[in-house]
Design a binder for this molecule. Structure first.
Ligand code: MGD
Ligand code: MGD
Ligand code: SF4
Ligand code: MO
Length: 739
């Protein structure tokens, strides 16, 4: 037996999360026995989760066959069916729904980046005529990208890094690089610090990034906008801004001056709890150390009413300090130049689809994230980006709160068919109880889940379909498939597919071919990749077999000097004309989050602690990985970070179970005493579920005990200017729990 076994080493992508880092796989008779870093990849290291790659790929809980519900939703009774039957039944039902309610009655929901399946789903929606596709891009930084589009018509990469030796100051704002982005992006920060870069970190917690900072601004969660305006106040009043750039390239400087005049550092201290002298020091350091990088960050994007001034304020700081599109500063992340991404996704069809009569279900409330908004951005950007900007999908995601209303109340119109592909929606969006109602409601005529595992969301579906992982399918880097980064890599599959798992792409291909999209879909994912890579004159096979299987963009900077900025005026618009045309305040004041000690003092008497949730953990990727033993040994339960003084007052010790309660109810987490958090602030782990608990109702894998989103509100008035939910600026009370 032993002699007949064949050992081979193949390159592939790590299956554990959507970042699809490159790995080398030792195979014995086609079975992966060891997975390690690809020595030829420029990525310096792989993360602790990759140690579970084999476990993830082979896990006993993996979905391997299509299932059809045989009991009531949530009852846990399933029948195994062939793929052909699943596709036949789903496409027939979809056809009826389109005839009865229009194409907009179908909605696709997805999670964080999962590669080609995401882009294939958007493409299917565009060809089908629904503007209702909701990916976690919605709650995951959309607000900041839209702000950048409004102000200067381009975006900085979410994973922007300093250039060691060039960047003089780095500001990590609402971001935790070493945990969220790993060594690949953290190493350049460490090297830059070694070569003299000063680091400022804006975070309510002493994060792993903040530990390395020269200056840590520990603000009250949700007050980022006030802090940004305070820094702008200092920079303008002390004459530290780049006058030449402002004169030549910025419109609306006088309006900016008039707004930030009301934010002197002393007042900003009372709002943000950051000492005035630190605000002044940070403003001076940022404005006088050039070039300087000011990061993207999720921490400043999930603040509800606090978000808009936070994300615009960061854009203003980058602009007036003269750091836009300069090497070592805020380098622009242009739309993909190698990949035929936009054409292949058929945004044009979305803009004018013959069957589509309505905009997305939240366009009436948040027009910036709608087809109407997308059209306006396209117009504004036409000269600089004739093909439109990269991650345009962001612009049409509807607000999740409205999706559940469209199912439950058919308001503003019905959603009847739901696909959840790669999102554990029940735990990932706010107000799990309302999502639960929507997913169980008879108004929802079809719910299809495609995933790797039987999640609590999948338990509520009509059909559950098994997806391949990155080890067993071909991959182009996930961020490129979302239109980010201009960097492509081609790798895999490293192993044969197992059981009846299929590529997410194939679901859309098959439904498309059954429902009028014949001729639009390549037979396989590889062939689709070939079409996408055509502009680079390389096939997927060729690129993936090169020693350096990456394509990098041509470096460029200050392109605006020739072409202008991608806005209506061709200038940086400090008062945005896109916002104005859509009926928003073009240069808004700072607004308090809905629940805050300042905005809702009565509520704060009952719920005295400021609650922020969901900062990344090294051992999990959002809602993933709770079933991986190695990860659970490191981080067995959801943790509540709380200051030791506050814990003492509440009679709570390290490791105690505590209740975290809001007006929506309570969940249990384990107390983690942490000096690096303000005594009046707590941080709760989010996106938890217990795969070891019964999957069916009423437990649904323990979600009601542990999912923070069960107690996070999703009312329209909590949302930000694009309809994103508020996860990071809430109020709660904490007390000891039994058991
Ligand atoms: N290991 C790991 N990596 C991940 C993920 C993961 O789950 N695990 N998730 C991935 C995904 S989907 C995303 S979107 C990114 C997110 O990556 P990041 O942008 O790094 O976001 P978070 O880690 O969620 O939060 C960053 C920091 O924001 C701080 N924060 C909390 N509230 C506030 C506030 O009000 N203001 C400010 N300024 N900061 C605040 C938190 O304390 C935290 O340290 O990471 C990706 N990478
Ligand atoms: N309270 C609170 N809530 C939050 C956040 C927060 O900070 N606080 N953060 C938000 C953010 S930034 C995000 S990104 C979301 C993420 O939360 P989710 O929307 O749940 O997204 P993911 O964790 O990316 O993936 C969920 C599912 O995708 C499955 N999956 C993985 N790979 C594939 C694949 O290739 N194909 C298929 N079909 N399925 C796959 C996994 O098994 C998992 O069940 O949560 C958001 N929710
Ligand atoms: S970041 Fe994700 S893909 Fe990369 S090594 Fe870690 S688990 Fe694997
Ligand atoms: Mo995210």
């Amino acid at each position: 037996m032993e002699e007949s076994q064949e050992n081979v080493v193949k390159r592939g992508a790590c299956p554990v999360c959507g970042l699809t880092c490159h790995v080398e796989v030792d195979l014995r008779d086609g079975t992966p026995v060891r997975i390690k870093k690809d020595a030829k990849s420029f990525q310096p290291a792989i993360c602790p989760r990759s140690g579970s790659a084999r476990d993830y790929h082979d896990h006993a809980g993996r979905l391997n066959y299509p299932l059809k519900r045989s009991g009531r939703r949530g009852e846990g009774r399933w029948e195994r069916i062939p793929w052909e039957q699943a596709i036949d039944e789903i496409s027939e039902k979809l056809g009826t729904i389109r005839d009865d309610y229009g194409p907009e009655a179908a909605l696709v929901a997805g999670g964080s980046v999962h590669g080609a399946g995401d882009a294939a789903a958007w493409r299917w929606c565009n060809l089908w005529g629904t503007p209702n596709y909701l990916y976690q891009g919605k709650n995951c930084g959309e607000a900041e990208h839209l702000a950048e589009w409004c102000v200067y018509g381009n975006i900085g990469a979410p994973g922007a890094v300093p250039t060691p030796g060039v960047t003089k100051c780095g500001v990590i704002w609402g971001l935790n690089v070493p945990v969220s982005w790993g060594r690949t992006l953290w190493n350049p920060f460490l090297q830059a610090i070694e070569q003299g870069m000063k680091l400022i970190v804006v975070d309510p917690r002493l994060s792993e990034s903040a530990e390395k900072a020269d200056l840590w601004l520990q603000l009250r969660p949700g007050t980022d906008g006030a802090l940004a305006y305070g820094m702008l106040n200092v920079i303008i009043n002390q004459g530290l801004y780049d006058k030449e750039f402002v004169d030549k390239w910025c419109l609306g400087f006088d309006r900016l001056e008039a707004v930030v005049e009301h934010y002197p550092p002393e007042r900003v201290e009372t709002i943000t709890w950051v000492p005035a002298e630190k605000i002044v020091e940070a403003a001076r350091l940022y404005a006088t150390s050039k070039p300087a990088l000011l990061s993207w960050g999720l921490g400043n994007s999930l603040l509800g009413k606090g978000t808009m001034s936070a994300v615009l304020g960061k854009c203003f700081l980058r602009a007036i300090s003269g750091n836009l599109d300069v090497p070592g500063g805020h380098v622009f992340d242009d739309a993909p130049e190698n990949l035929a991404y936009r054409e292949e996704l058929h945004w044009e069809k979305q803009l004018e689809h013959p069957l589509r009569k309505r905009d997305n279900v939240s366009a009436h409330l948040w027009p910036i994230a709608s087809v109407r908004g997308l059209k306006l951005f396209r117009e504004a950007m036409a000269k600089v980006h004739p093909k439109g900007c990269g991650p345009a999908s962001y612009m049409i995601y509807p607000a999740p709160s409205c999706v559940w209303s469209a199912i439950l109340e058919e308001d503003p119109y019905p959603i009847k068919a739901l696909f959840t592909q790669g999102t554990n929606a029940l735990v990932a969006f706010a107000n799990s109880k309302r999502i639960h109602q929507a997913l169980k409601h008879e108004n929802l005529e079809l719910h299809v889940v495609m995933d790797h595992f039987m999640t609590p969301t999948a338990q509520l579906a009509d059909y559950v379909l098994p997806a391949t992982d990155a080890l067993e399918r071909p991959n182009i880097l996930g961020s490129a498939m979302w239109g980010f980064g201009n960097v492509y890599s081609a790798v895999g599959p490293a192993v044969d597919r197992r059981y009846e798992r299929r590529d997410d792409y194939e679901l859309w291909r098959d439904l498309g071919n059954r429902l009028g999209q014949e001729g639009y879909w390549a037979d396989s994912l590889e062939e689709w990749f070939d079409k996408l890579l055509e502009p680079s004159n390389v096939t997927f096979e060729e690129l993936s077999s090169r020693e350096i299987n990456w394509l990098f963009p041509t470096p460029g900077a200050r392109r605006y000097e020739e072409e202008g900025f991608a806005t209506f005026s061709g200038k940086v618009e400090l008062a945005s004309s896109v916002l104005e045309k859509l009926g928003y305040e073009p240069l808004p004041d700072y607004e308090e989050p809905t629940w805050s000690p300042v905005n809702s003092p009565e509520l704060a008497k009952e719920y005295p602690l400021v609650l922020t949730t969901g900062a990344s953990s090294a051992y999990f990727y959002r809602s993933h990985h709770k079933m991986l033993d190695k990860m659970r040994r490191q981080h067995p339960y959801p943790l509540l970070q709380i200051h030791p003084d506050t814990a003492k007052e509440l009679g709570v010790s390290e490791g105690d179970w505590v209740y975290v309660e809001t007006p929506l109810g309570r969940v249990k987490e384990k107390a983690q005493l942490f000096e690096g958090i303000h005594p009046q602030v707590v941080h709760a782990d989010a996106l938890w579920w217990y795969p070891e608990e019964p999957g069916e109702e009423p437990s649904l894998s323990g979600v009601w005990d542990c999912t923070i989103n069960a107690i996070v509100p999703d009312d329209a008035e909590q949302n930000d200017y694009a309809g994103n939910q508020c996860f990071r600026a809430l109020l709660c009370r904490v007390y000891p729990a039994d058991g």
